[in-house]
Design a protein around this ligand. Structure first.
Ligand code: BGC
Length: 812
């Protein structure tokens, strides 16, 4: 647990109360004296409490020019880390002292450089760089008791440039690389265009959105002097209780791999030449997404063949795309400590997957070996094992310099070979050179005016539009008409914060006290989207809070529903991630079920459910009581308009489920690639989703019914739009091997997808290539093998208009 981060949240609430007191002019003059033990002082001055939220909203905004263009670079060629260092980097490396080398290997969090008054503490920076020659800094100041709540790009850049300036004058005088969690756009930079959560990007089944998000995220980050983003996540969601489902691209290795690949292309592009790009960091290697009980950072027990078949492929795609850096994961895999594992970080990552770039630890993970997991006797032991067994290059320490100190001591005492240190420092220096940090270490002020441009915001809206998944629509309950009287219920209806989720403005999203205020002008709630589209005020009762607990107007809902034509319930989830977001059941608060049920029992008004969630909460009987259900995931700050548009029929939805939606807790770990004879009875399946149009499919044509290694076959199918609206139609191609000797085969596997606009009355023919090699799998001996047998090619499995063609798979 990042206690510092957690305290920040709690501190914000307490601090707000303290601040309210301070601002209150009606305080009693003779207040009792309360003894406060251990008040923090600096040079005799009493400090503000830690994490004091000054509510000092940065009034600066980027110019956000409506449109812009940046120089184009060739992004099609492979650009990634090389196995060899450039000769000037080698010379630099050889010129460094052991202390300077060790300093390059640590990354500190920015809170260490903020004074207790919330302002930048240059003395602290100078002395740290002088003594420890720090290589990297991470984090957003707003998560660290800074003066400004959310920094505008200008102010963020002032911060990073100040640190850079000191780094260039003190210690090793090597520029720092600044890292930040930009999970869905530059989500910590005020005005930076925030995109829908990755799970929504996956739901679009259109990788252009992953690319766009990466591209804009890179430029906005770079404007603030951030060179390295800890994104994308390539973890494949294996447990629906897990608090980080929304940060990933769903449960399918192929889909996740495609999205990861294109995210990295967008983030990095030609990063060795293009200064509007950043280094991406694919994370968390590996096995993080399968906590045995669904709780964050709990043990993962994963058969090695399963790991290679389902969890490694998205990381492989990341490396294929040239990802510059990788983050190892928290904890252990099969009881082996990941950070010190040669099998995981040596054999698998470096040798088998051929990763040449920089490997960073997750937060405090080296120290955690002794403090948390008890897999090391002390810090020096932890550092020694990390260096000698694993392949880590940089430690996100992030609060101390023990990693550097221990590294120096270990090399001096001969317990770690200096060649091992050179290997890592060489990679770090090369990364800095590739990003242009030696030539231009400071942020580019010209990029600032592009931040928050309408051009970017529209791309975020496009992604949100395509990510909305219509799962049920009986009696054409949707779309709504402007002449209907619609009642909207639920706290998430009127909140940008709740439809965006965590990793936005703050680690856990804005706190209760701040609410949407911190979004400033950047974004719109569903409520304002609906007002915008209908031109009318909305008929809205809060009914229940974001935790689903009854609140303002709960008792009025049934009465109001009687006089409405339709009731739309927005079911939300409080923004959270990591351990803060742990839950024990997928069941929602009872008040929420009871309210929807009462409307269903006591009125004839059709019910529409909108699910705004990090993860799939159980719908129970609400599923049959609702006439329409739409899963909107966490579509981000610019989704109010797209959601209103889809509700009022301005376009036809086109999202598809990127994960299996369980009915009950026992299905939390069920994926659609379960063995084919296994129970598969979820609420909604992977790939499920409909639009407003009736789309039919022709029979599938294949150019051969024999599928053999080295002889790909072509597969075509034609979709026809019988509706009256344009349909953006995703087509998903699955295979199912009906019989496979020895190793059970899965119900389905996704092999390809495509998406095209089809006008009313028009048809479109989708063409795919299928290879026998794709049908191979990892057996218990860890070999990739083919096993002959009949194979069904299924288009749009799990949807009513699915089509099947059969071929036969041969081993040679
Ligand atoms: C998370 C990482 C993140 C890091 C830095 C960790 O707790 O697991 O995903 O990049 O913190 O904030």
């Amino acid at each position: 647990m990042k206690y510092f981060k957690l305290f920040n949240i709690l501190g914000a609430t307490f601090g707000a109360i303290i601040q309210a007191e301070l601002l209150n002019t009606n305080y009693r003059v003779n207040q009792p004296i309360i003894n406060v033990v251990d008040v923090k002082k600096q040079n005799g001055v009493v400090c503000l409490p830690d994490f004091f939220p000054l509510q000092d909203y940065d009034p600066m905004r980027p110019a956000s020019i409506p449109s812009y263009s940046l120089p184009q670079y060739d992004e099609n060629k492979y650009t990634g880390p090389n196995s060899e260092l450039d000769s000037d980097i080698l010379d630099l490396l050889n010129s460094l002292s052991l202390e300077e080398k060790a300093g390059q290997m640590i990354q500190l969090q920015v809170g260490l450089f903020i004074g207790c008054d919330g302002l930048i503490n240059t003395t602290a920076i100078e002395s740290m760089f002088d003594e420890w020659k720090i290589g990297s800094v991470l984090e957003a100041t707003q998560n660290r008791r800074s003066r400004w709540n959310i920094n505008s790009p200008q102010r963020f850049a002032n911060f990073t440039n100040t640190i850079q300036n000191i780094a260039l004058k003190k210690g090793s005088k090597i520029p720092i690389i600044y890292g930040l969690d930009s999970i869905r756009g530059a989500n910590y930079v005020k005005g930076g265009t925030i995109f829908p959560a990755p799970v929504n990007i996956a739901a679009t089944f259109n990788h252009i959105h992953a690319y766009n998000c990466g591209k804009i995220s890179a430029k906005d980050s770079r404007s603030a002097g951030v060179h390295w983003v800890f994104s994308p996540l390539a973890d494949v969601n294996m447990n629906k209780l897990w608090s980080r489902n929304f940060e990933n691209f769903g449960e399918d290795p192929y889909l996740a791999g495609e999205m990861v690949y294109h995210s990295i292309k967008g983030l990095q592009g030609d990063y060795k030449n293009d200064r509007s790009k950043v280094a991406a960091c694919v994370k968390h290697f590996i096995g993080y997404s399968s906590p045995i009980n669904g709780q964050d950072r709990q043990i993962s027990l994963i058969p090695w063949n399963f790991l290679l078949e389902y969890l490694v492929p998205p990381f492989k795609r990341a490396i294929d795309s040239g990802v510059a850096t990788v983050m190892e994961t928290y904890g252990q895999l099969n009881f082996q400590s990941t950070i010190s594992s040669n099998k995981i970080l040596g054999e698998l990552l470096r040798i088998e997957l051929g990763f040449n770039g920089t490997l960073i630890s997750d937060w405090g993970e080296v120290n955690s070996q002794c403090y948390r997991y008890k897999t090391a006797f002390d810090i020096e032991d932890a550092v020694r094992m990390t260096l000698n067994n694993g392949s880590l290059d940089m430690s996100m320490t992030p609060d101390d310099v023990m990693f550097a100190k221990s590294t120096i001591d270990l090399v001096r005492s001969g317990k770690v070979d200096v060649k091992r240190i050179d290997e890592s420092v060489g990679r770090i220096l090369q990364l800095k050179k590739d990003l242009g940090l030696f030539a231009s270490p400071y942020s580019d002020p010209k990029l600032i005016e592009t931040v928050g441009s309408i051009q970017d915001v529209e791309l975020s809206r496009d992604a949100a539009r395509e990510s909305l998944i219509l799962l049920k629509n009986e009696n054409n309950a949707l779309p709504l008409s402007t002449s209907e009287k619609v009642l909207f219920v639920g706290a998430a209806f009127d909140s940008i914060t709740y439809t965006t989720g965590a990793w936005s403005q703050h680690w856990q999203g804005p706190n209760e006290f701040e609410g949407d205020k911190v979004y400033d002008i950047y974004g719109e709630s569903i409520n304002s989207g609906v007002r915008n589209i209908t031109g009318n005020d909305t008929n809205y009762i809060v009914g229940y809070d974001i935790n689903g607990v009854r609140s303002h107007g709960y008792k009025k809902v049934v009465k109001a529903a009687r006089t409405a034509d339709k009731v739309v319930f927005i079911l939300g989830e409080k923004p959270s991630t990591e351990e803060v977001g742990n839950i024990r059941t997928l069941r929602m608060a009872e008040d929420q079920y009871n309210l929807v049920k009462s409307v269903s029992d006591l009125t004839d008004t059709p019910i529409i459910l909108i699910l705004a969630q990090n993860r799939p909460f159980s719908l129970g009987e609400l599923s049959s009581e609702a006439s329409a259900i739409m899963n909107i995931g966490l579509p981000g700050p610019y989704s109010g308009i797209p959601i209103a548009e889809v509700l009022y029929g301005k376009f036809s939805p086109s999202g598809r489920q990127p994960y299996t939606y369980p009915k009950l807790d026992y299905q939390a770990s069920v994926t659609y690639y379960t063995p084919q004879w296994n129970e598969f009875d979820p609420e909604f399946s992977f790939g499920q989703g409909i639009g407003y149009n009736n789309i039919t499919y022709s029979e599938i044509t294949v150019n051969s019914t024999e599928l053999r290694p080295g002889r790909p076959i072509s597969v075509s199918v034609t979709a026809k739009n019988h509706g009256i609206m344009v349909q953006n139609e995703p087509v998903l191609l699955f295979t199912a091997q009906l019989v496979r000797r020895f190793h059970v085969s899965e119900l389905y596997r996704l092999r390809a997808f495509d998406k095209q606009f089809i006008s009313p009355g028009a048809s479109y023919t989708f063409n795919f290539i299928l290879t026998a090699e794709e049908m191979s799998f990892i057996n218990m001996d860890m070999n990739r093998v083919l096993s002959e047998g009949p194979v069904n090619i299924t288009i749009n499995a799990f949807n009513d208009n699915a089509k099947i063609a059969q071929v036969y798979l041969y081993e040679n």
